[in-house]
Design a protein. Structure first.
Length: 303
């Protein structure tokens, strides 16, 4: 008897343990994410409650009718189909049978019966056992469905793609009116790579100048601020031999090249070309800003 109880407790716990695993630790936007499921769940609960109320009402009416007929002496001996089912799922005992079930516990005239567990309850219990087996097989043995960790990683990967898409749309919004200096190593490196591949022929490997002007001194023909440099690269100065690059590079890339060129000022290349244009004093503090940080802030706000 004791072993039976322990086994029962154990089996009852399995679904609980496995279920607990699926409690998501991440609750951000939980309602938004599972809106449909929550609403459907509520509808189902309401339906179940309504059904239950209906059943109870039906049963009460039947009992009343029965009592009424009994009192009039026209009792129908046969149980109705419903009462039959009701009795069998509850395994009700007749009064004679109850005699045999009486235990010797008695307190103040209240006696205790040693009834079996009602069948409906046992079915629920068997269902949990079957459910735990299916759950175990589905999640842990055959892995038909992703576990918590994997599901989390999948969602994070999907979210990352979303963020990248968003950042890409932001990148194309960069233009000469809002462009800001990028000082992250990755941006400056890719700026340098694009410079080395496309601009060296006319501006020199160190920006010292050649066909094009020296990019390392404080003298600029078209302005030495990040916005000016961006504009020079984007639209070019076609009549003077500097082509427009906006068909080759997207705005983000032009921003990276412009940032790299911005950081060239003040470097001392060997063999520099003489200054051209006018002395351009940069605004103090213009190096502080960083669009990636701004965009990333926006993204984190969105999440
Ligand atoms: C075919 C030669 C050539 C190439 C290639 C070239 N440039 Fe130029 N660039 C020039 C010339 C010439 C000028 C000067 C235009 C003028 O006199 O107004 C210039 C001007 C500039 C200026 C403005 C300088 C100032 O003083 O205001 C910037 C910035 C610039 N180039 C960046 C670039 C970048 C970035 C690339 C590569 C993506 C590049 N250039 C490729 C020839 C070139």
């Amino acid at each position: 008897m004791n072993i039976k109880k322990i086994l029962m407790a154990f089996f009852l716990m399995i679904p609980g343990i496995t279920w607990a695993q699926s409690e998501a630790s991440e609750t951000v936007g939980y309602f938004e994410q599972y809106q449909l499921e929550i609403v459907l769940g509520l509808v189902v609960v309401v339906c179940l409650v309504a059904l239950l109320v209906l059943f109870v009402a039906l049963y009460t009416i039947q009992s009343l009718v029965r009592l009424d007929k009994e009192s009039k002496g026209e009792l129908v001996q046969e149980d109705s189909a419903f009462t039959g089912i009701w009795n069998s799922i509850n395994d009700f005992k007749s009064e004679e049978e109850e005699e045999a079930l009486l235990t010797d516990h008695e307190y103040d005239g209240i006696k205790e019966l040693d009834n079996d567990l009602p069948p409906w309850w046992l079915w629920g219990f068997y269902f949990t056992i079957a459910f735990s087996v299916v759950y175990l097989a589905a999640y842990h043995v055959f892995q038909w469905a992703p576990l918590q960790d994997e599901e989390y990683k999948n969602e994070m990967a999907a979210a990352k793609i979303e963020v990248e898409k968003f950042l890409a749309t932001q990148e194309n919004l960069v233009d000469e009116t809002n462009v800001e200096l990028l000082l992250a190593d990755t941006d400056l490196t890719s700026g340098k790579n694009m410079y080395d591949a496309n601009c060296v022929a006319c501006h020199g490997s160190e920006g010292q100048g050649g066909v094009g002007p020296n990019l390392t001194d404080k003298y600029w023909k078209h302005g030495g601020d990040i916005k000016d440099i961006f504009k020079s690269i984007k639209y070019g100065i076609p009549e003077k031999g500097m082509i427009s690059w906006q068909n080759q590079f997207n705005p983000k890339k032009i921003q990276q090249i412009a940032s790299y060129i911005y950081t060239m000022e003040g470097t001392n290349p060997s063999n520099p070309k003489d200054p051209e244009g006018e002395l351009f004093e940069r605004e103090a503090g213009s190096e502080e800003s960083d669009t990636t940080a701004v965009v990333e802030d926006q993204v984190s706000l969105l999440q």
